[in-house]
Ligand binder design. Structure first.
Ligand code: NAG
Ligand code: NAG
Ligand code: NAG
Ligand code: NAG
Length: 389
């Protein structure tokens, strides 16, 4: 740059040499001329020096410049793969944009690729997935048959899953969730919408950080894939914690006799998941009138699934929870609760229907387990549930 400044000087020197006090007009003329050419030169030289700088740089820059001129390598082109199986879960879409995008259904029903149906395991958590070491063992060896999604409402928590973990990079853009509030259902719909972006996901399971599996992966996968029903618990309950939570302001869109209650923890197929995220009739009514002690997460899905999609619903949940102790929260399981007998009981001591036949396998998941139970679960569960060795 120093050299460039020097080259600007000669015109000024020339001006000085031809200076005559009597000729004011020439003075002004030469001054303006000098000023203008000075400005012009400075700009032009700046460009020159810029170009020079680039040309002087080592080979790498020239190759970059050359590469920019060439067509991009094949990997940079949009692939079908990127569209049907998005690998990065973080995005800048708002909820409205995401739901609109996720609600799209291919009109050509035959897939132009070999589609292996996957199960989307959707974790709705406060912080990290507490039972993740057990889930790691559960998922091991089953890549290609599942996808994990984590909605963590605690934005202040500072944790990242290690690179080798199945949970690594599986967090979705999340928002705050308050217990019993309608934003809990908004989070569930957000999880569904994010999971729907991957066209291979066929079944959608909602789980909490305190949930554990009760069977190995292959058993759970085939139970879900072969079921002809969805698992959204739904029942009509009289009294204050049932119909008592209905608001008359919901009429006539939702009538009292249509009001249902059920567990928040659901399993549903792709068709129902699409219907749920695309619901613009009933959800706004819940957003508006199911506040206070209404607990939308226990009523929204049970009510709309029963009202609109009841024929393909089993009305039961696959997630075991023990409410027998009473109160607003279910029983928690600690270290000494975890025994072989206890797990076997959860696995088979129930009666239900599966594909119109009597069956004893009614629960595939259970909650609520604390981190104190983890050690024993890791020792006992893989044997009881016959995880992959
Ligand atoms: C998160 O943790 C890392 C390392 O443990 C630390 O360097 C970083 O400052 C923390 N960030 C916040 C926002 O607390
Ligand atoms: C619920 O929302 C309605 C309408 O926004 C409002 O009138 C009512 O006071 C709210 N109730 C509670 C308990 O927050
Ligand atoms: C319950 O359903 C599973 C999954 O189809 C099946 O393997 C099992 O045999 C059934 N059990 C009974 C008792 O019918
Ligand atoms: C899963 O468990 C079932 C019995 O519940 C067993 O027959 C099967 O071999 C196990 N699968 C794997 C992959 O270990």
């Amino acid at each position: 740059m120093k050299n460039n400044q020097n080259t600007v000087v000669p015109p000024l020197k020339f001006f000085n040499a031809t200076f005559q006090p009597s000729n004011l007009v020439s003075l002004i003329f030469f001054f303006s001329f000098g000023l203008c050419s000075g400005i012009l030169l400075t700009f032009q030289l700046k460009n020159v020096s810029f170009n020079l700088l680039f040309n002087e740089l080592p080979l790498s820059t020239t190759t970059t410049a050359a590469a920019a001129a060439l067509p991009p390598p094949p990997t940079q082109k949009m692939r079908l793969e990127d569209f049907v199986h998005p690998s990065k879960l973080m995005h800048h879409m708002t909820d409205r944009e995401l739901i609109w995008r996720a609600s799209m259904v291919p009109k050509v029903r035959k897939y132009p690729f070999h589609r292996i149906p996957k199960v989307a395991f959707m974790f709705l958590t406060r912080g990290p997935v507490l039972m993740s070491p057990l889930w790691e063992r559960f998922f091991k060896g089953h890549n290609g048959l599942f996808n994990i999604y984590v909605h963590s409402s605690d934005s202040s928590s500072n944790w990242t899953e290690p690179k080798h973990s199945v949970f690594h990079g599986r967090s979705i853009p999340s928002k705050e969730v308050e217990w019993g509030k309608v934003n809990m259902v908004e989070a569930e719909r957000r999880l569904l919408a994010n999971a729907l972006l991957d066209f291979s996901n066929q079944h959608f399971v909602l789980l909490s950080e305190a949930c554990i599996p009760l069977f190995n992966f292959s058993t759970i996968y085939s139970y879900l894939i072969n079921s002809n029903k969805n698992f959204v618990e739904s029942y009509d309950l009289m009294g204050p914690v049932g119909r008592g939570r209905y608001s008359r302001k919901m009429y006539p869109i939702i009538k009292l006799h249509e009001w249902r209650k059920g567990s928040q923890w659901f399993e549903m197929d792709r068709d129902l998941a699409l219907e749920v995220i695309s619901d613009t009739t009933y959800f706004p009514v819940f957003q508006k009138y199911c506040n206070g002690s209404c607990y939308a997460d226990e009523h929204y899905l049970p009510t709309i699934v029963s009202k609109k999609f009841g024929a393909r619903n089993s009305k039961r949940t696959l997630t075991f929870v023990d409410w027998s102790k009473g109160g607003p929260h279910p029983a928690r399981y600690n270290r000494y609760d975890v025994t072989v007998q206890f797990l076997e009981k959860l696995r088979s001591a129930s009666h239900c229907e599966y594909n119109e036949r009597k069956n004893q396998t009614c629960y595939l998941f259970a909650r609520k387990f604390t981190t104190h139970a983890l050690d024993r679960l890791l020792r006992i569960a893989p044997k009881v549930m016959q995880f992959n060795p």
